[in-house]
Design a protein around this ligand. Structure first.
Ligand code: NDP
Length: 307
């Protein structure tokens, strides 16, 4: 599986401005940020949104506001889709007039979804003569058009490279993850899994802390310290999991399960829902019961992956 090294955007000089154009379908916060970045880079930008009126500020900045999705996609060789989910993306793209107008053109779908949804959309695109790249945005709207944006792409390499000059207008780093169209969404769900479980842990921590008379502001500096422990752990656990070592040298699963039980007890003593930490404790205990108590927490990843 080929993996392009993440490359920072080359900037607007990659191709003469006059040759670059794009259509953006979906003008939620992210779609608007994408369209805004294209406009800032001098790309001719056509926009459309299901609910009218969301294009006002973009039109003031020079965007062309299309009346219909078919009119929008007909305006550019490249259409970027960014709506709430694949169901919404499919509702737009599969309308016969839109599908007809897209024939012979390219869609880059930056909507968040599952690998299977990406693969199904690629099948639909192939059936309709539409070139298709799937993608994922891993950073918030405020990073779009700045060096901090992170974009993942998957699908045919030649298609990706052909459209890089326009995608570069979004700034940040772009990584082509290979021809398997589901790979960007695969990364997206795995990375958002980390994000949302961590955010849920933080929300639970704030509730328990509050019940103990600790304000969120008081906890925040220490919470950041806990967060800072994670990046080096990600590297260590990655090696552990890929190499199958599951080392418990610095901390064991037995100890982790015990620590999680304390958190659950403290939570339950205040009548606070302990479901998330109890689920984590349950996984650790299952690994211990199967004889892995002396292993590190990384063993849980292996256990979860067993069929
Ligand atoms: P939303 O996820 O709220 O999506 C809003 C957009 O989806 C609007 O354009 C909305 O149109 C459209 N939409 C919803 N349902 C339909 C439908 N049935 N048919 C047509 N259009 C529909 O806003 P965002 O812009 O924030 O997110 C867009 C995508 O970007 C999502 O997949 C999100 O996960 C992803 N993303 C967002 C980030 C962020 O920071 N916001 C960060 C990284 C990724 P209407 O106005 O008509 O309702």
């Amino acid at each position: 599986m080929s993996l392009s090294t993440p490359t920072a955007s080359a900037g607007a000089a990659a191709e003469p401005v006059a040759q670059r154009s794009v259509t953006v379908l979906g003008l939620g916060p992210m779609g608007r940020a994408l369209a805004d970045a294209f406009l800032s880079a001098g790309v001719r930008t056509t926009v459309w949104n299901r609910t009218p009126g969301r294009d006002r500020s973009l039109k003031e900045r020079g965007a062309v506001g299309a009346r219909t999705a078919e009119e929008a996609v007909a305006a550019s060789d490249l259409t970027v889709v960014c709506v709430v989910n694949y169901e919404a993306a499919t509702a737009i793209l599969s309308r016969p007039a839109v599908a007809d107008a897209l024939t012979g053109r390219t869609v880059v779908n930056l909507t968040a979804g599952t690998p299977d949804e990406a693969r199904a959309t690629a099948v639909w695109a192939a059936d309709h003569g539409v070139s298709y790249l799937d993608g994922a945005i891993m950073t918030p709207t405020t990073t779009i058009g700045t060096p901090d944006g992170v974009f993942l792409h998957s699908g045919p390499a030649d298609l990706y490279h052909a459209h890089r000059p326009v995608l570069d207008a979004l700034g940040g780093t772009h990584t082509h993850l290979g021809p398997d169209i589901g790979r960007a969404a695969g990364h997206d769900v795995a990375l958002l899994d980390i994000f949302w479980t961590a955010m849920t842990g933080y929300a639970h921590a704030l509730a328990v802390a509050r019940a103990e008379g600790i304000t969120a502001r008081e906890l925040a500096p220490f919470a950041k310290g806990i967060g800072a422990i994670l990046p080096p752990l990600f590297d260590r656990i990655a090696a552990d999991v890929d190499d199958g070592t599951y080392s418990g040298e610095s901390s064991t699963l037995t100890s982790a399960a015990s620590s999680m039980a304390h958190i659950a007890h403290a939570s339950e003593a205040h009548g606070i829902d302990s479901g998330v930490i109890r689920a984590a404790e349950g996984l650790a205990r299952r690994a211990v019961e199967r004889g892995h108590g002396a292993d590190g927490f990384s063993r849980v990843a292996e256990l979860l992956g067993r069929r």
